[in-house]
Each structure stands twice: as structure tokens, then as C-alpha cells.
Design a protein around this ligand. Sequence first.
Ligand code: F6P
Length: 410
Amino acid sequence: MERKRNIIVGQSGGPTAVINSSLAGVYKTAKERGFHKVYGMLHGIQGLLDEQYVDLSTQIHSDMDIELLKRTPSAFLGSCRYKLPEIHENIEIYERIFEILDKLDIETFIYIGGNDSMDTIKKLSDYAIIKGHSQKFLGVPKTIDNDLALTDHTPGFGSAAKYIAASTKEVIRDALGLTYHKDMITIIEIMGRNAGWLTGATALAKTEECDGPDLIYLPEIPFDIDKFLEKTKELLKKKESIVIAVSEGIKLADGRYVCELSGGADYVDAFGHKQLQGTATYLANYLGAEIGCKTRSIEFSTLQRSASHMASRVDVNEAFMVGGAAVKAADEGDNGKMVVIARVSDDPYMSIYDVHRIANNEKTVPREWVNEEGNYVTDDFINYIEPLIQGDYQPFMVNGLPQHLVLKEV
Ligand code: F6P
């Protein structure tokens, strides 16, 4: 067998509870397929430009380490939000990256990320083709937001949805216990930028013993603050405790984010994304002032993407498999592509992993999966998510807490 050269893998964008399961899948398959060295970029392409990388065999020594990595949240290698310039804008950056790849004898470059990270795969593979470089560039999908096009869903989403649904149930129970002849409104803020997949997942909290949230507002539907107040008052006539789920990215009809009304969203990242936070607090204060009852705002914030103790087994396994599929695809000659998941069946849930086109647009929740009033999701939406939150992936508990694999200095 011809001796393989080396492979390098990086992680980019917002982390998830299972992003390291994809890293484990890349590592395991690369080793099985006979790659010589498996390098990890530290902090993605940004770190690579500073020649920050690690030989992963100094970090992963056994199958137990692989299992631990699969149970470790956040980006094991460190992440970045770094936008490569267009090739014609700054060719020197590309020359520098390829100089480093050549120096490390890299044959395959794998990037685990979302929309913005796939932009990196696209640009690097374009450059390689234009300049006649032999390296292959493959993308592994990852994002809690579930907004990648072409793939049925994205690894990271199922686990975040599971945590959100479970926590919403717990918040609802807590709020019910607090109200006795006293009104209370609880507003939960969920991540997802311009896509409401995760916010809609709060509807899964509706079970035999729980009514679920009372209202759900997704960023896809313009938010009308007067109607929101009216609706809340109407509900308070019927029940004392109301729980409302809002996306961090809900916007008014004029395009302003609700969180901007309180002066939030000042920070903008390299891809032009505003940092969204403060929506729930703004709305809780607003309702408190208008209605005069107790309110509470809760931001699930980074908890929803790092709760590996609540990971979905389906998600962990899929994340692992898409990592491996990318290595296999590159090894068999694919370039400039991303692995996608196609749904074969809902019941029993089955999917396949395929290499497809690069994702370059945002997949949002279809209008028909939101009710007419724009304040709840439909059964079709719930049926779509349900298979993705199934099963557990129990952490390895040490002294009562989940154990993680962390990068060691070598
Ligand atoms: O892109 C994933 C995501 O978790 C979004 O849901 C959220 O808006 C964003 O990242 C937050 O990014 P950061 O942690 O860089 O502020």
C-alpha cells in the first residue's frame, strides 16, 4: 500500500456538545486509513497561520481517550471566527497557508464548522485547484443553530435541542411551584441567530405531565411587541404562570433586533454577526412594567451548547460518523465538499452520510411549521426534531462530576 501523507483537522465557529465527537471520528478513521500523522490546528485557521498545531497522537493514547473526547464539550482544539479574504484580495495569506501545509506534508485538510467555516473550505479548495496544489479540503457540518443548507440536520443541534427541551420542562415546574394567587411570567432566551430551530425545540417540553411553553417566538416571524403584550395579558386571565420561549434573534418589522432596544448587540464578529443577548431581559422588564407582575428572564446562553452531560446518543454517534465520512471522502478523491446527513426514515429513525455540495446559505424554519399567529410550532416541526434527541451518552463521572479530555502541553 502506498504510504499516506499527513492529515490536519481544525474546529471553527461556535462549539457544540458533540463537536469533539466529530474530531474523534476524524482521528479514528484517519488512523484506520493509514494516514501517517494526524495534526490538529489550534484555534482553527487563525491559529494555523501562526503555526499553532499539535500532533494528536500526543493527546489521544487509547480508545478510552476517544470515548472521553466524545464526551467533552467545547472545541478541544480551540475555535476561531476568522474570515479568509477573497483570494484576489490577499493572495499572501493563501501562500502562507499552503507553505505551512507543505511543510507539514499535509494531504488532507478537514474543517469542522458551520456556514462560515464552509466558506474557508470553499476558498482553500478553490485556491488549491487554481494553483495546482494536491491537497484535499473537506467540511464536517457542525452547529447548534441547525441552519446549514443541504443537510437534513446538523450535528450539535440534537444535543442542544435535548438540553433546551429538558431545561424548559424544569423551568416550567419551578415556575409553577412559585405561583399561588400571584402572576408570574418567565421568559427563556435561546440561541440560533436567524434560525428558530432551537427555540422551537422548547415545544418538546410538552409531555404527558407538562403543558410545555405557552408561547414560542422564532426569528423567522417579525415580532410585534403590542400583540405580544396583548397575548400575554390574555393568557394571564387563564393561568398564573406563563413561560415564553424567545429566540435571541427575534426582530421587529423594521429589522431591528429586539435585543437592540436595550442597547445590546454592539459587538460584531469577523463575519458581520452581531452578538445577540438581552432579548429575554428586555421583554421581561417590559412586561413587568406594563403588567406589574413578577417576571424572570433566563438566558440558556452557552449552557445549551456545552451540556455534554445531556447529549443525545443519536447526535454523538452522527457527529462521530460525519467526521469519519469526511476523511474517507477525501481519501477517495473528493475535494471542496461537505458531508451531509440525509433522512431515510423518521420511524425508526435512520439516516445516511454523503458528501455533497458546500453549504452557503442559511436554512431557516419553513413558515408552514409555525402556527398562523406566529407564536408556536406545528406537529410537523416536533416530529422532525424528536428522533434527533433520542438516547443518552452518559458522561464518565469522577467524584460526582463529568470528566473531560483536555489538551495537554507537549
Ligand atoms: O453559531 C452558533 C452560536 O452558538 C449562535 O447560536 C450564537 O448566536 C453564536 O454562536 C454566539 O457566538 P459567540 O459564542 O461567539 O458569541
